[in-house]
Write a protein that binds this ligand. Structure first.
Ligand code: ZN
Ligand code: ZN
Length: 280
């Protein structure tokens, strides 16, 4: 499909009731996207093998046949007013490699985000992750686990919300000032991560959920996005990570404007796992 997205707004990270942490109907997401003036969206519901939601009631899995049936109908329904792509956000863990590969390869996804949601088996969303660690230890472990993931797993198009652990830092670990941590303190890990992504032809996503979590930036931090560019990276997608209809498109325009000022000239989107570039 040849979308003409130039200078339009797109949101390439969205969750619906196919994700264990969302109750939103995919149709509402589409309607809100149109109301907000978006021209294209990509559903990226969660697959995290063996992970359960907060009240232990649901697994982070969906039935791919039901998923494609539902979303293909919406694609048809909204044809001409909204372009709808079908993707997935996979939770990367080294021991899940074969299951993730099977899942991704056996279905015609347009786009695959690879994200770290569990760090050595623990979700940093919960305070337990930080217990008994200094800030440096907690962040070192986080960045090192990403390097391990990248050494083991490669079946994804962009790395999701790099540095999002910052959203969950306990108050006692937050730096004073406008930022919660300094990218420069972790630059060796970050450079290694970015170089691995660039060398394997993968991108990063800019995830605007950081703003909803009270940060002054998306995830990753703008300093990391600048570094990715400096090192030669060119694949940057943008997404709100909305889990309900009202957050669809959240801060996409504002973030795109900042990216442009930082010298980012193209936003990437994916059709059939193939990168296409939209001028901004
Ligand atoms: Zn995620
Ligand atoms: Zn997400």
């Amino acid at each position: 499909m040849n979308y003409n997205f130039n200078n339009t707004l797109i949101d390439f990270h969205l969750h619906s009731f196919f994700s264990a942490d969302s109750d939103e109907s995919p149709e509402n997401i589409c309607k809100n996207a149109i109301d907000k003036g978006l021209s294209g969206i990509c559903f990226t519901d969660h697959i995290d093998f063996d992970m359960v939601n907060e009240d232990n009631s649901r697994l982070f899995l969906f039935d791919p046949d039901e998923y494609f049936n539902t979303l293909l109908k919406l694609k048809e329904l909204f044809k001409g007013s909204l372009d709808i792509n079908i993707g997935v956000e996979t939770g990367l863990e080294p021991d899940k490699r074969d299951r993730l590969n099977d899942f991704v390869n056996n279905h015609p996804f347009d786009f695959v985000i690879g994200s770290s949601h569990l760090i050595n088996g623990i979700d940093p969303y919960y305070p337990k992750y930080f217990e008994g660690k200094t800030k440096k230890e907690a962040l070192d472990e986080y960045f090192l686990s990403i390097i391990t993931n990248l050494n083991t797993l490669s079946n994804f198009d962009v790395y999701g919300h790099l540095d999002y652990i910052i959203r969950y830092l306990p108050e006692s670990m937050v730096d004073s000032g406008t930022k919660r941590y300094s990218v420069i303190d972790y630059i060796d890990y970050i450079d290694e991560i970015l170089k691995k992504l660039i060398n394997s032809g993968k991108g990063i996503e800019v995830n605007t959920c950081g703003y909803r979590a009270g940060l002054n930036n998306p995830n990753p931090d703008f300093d990391i996005i600048k570094r990715y560019k400096e090192l030669g990276g060119e694949i940057i997608t943008i997404g709100s990570d909305a889990h309900n209809a009202k957050d669809v498109g959240f801060m996409i325009k504002e973030t795109k404007d900042i990216l442009k000022k930082l010298g980012v000239n193209y936003i990437t989107y994916f059709n059939n796992r193939k990168a296409e570039f939209m001028k901004i």
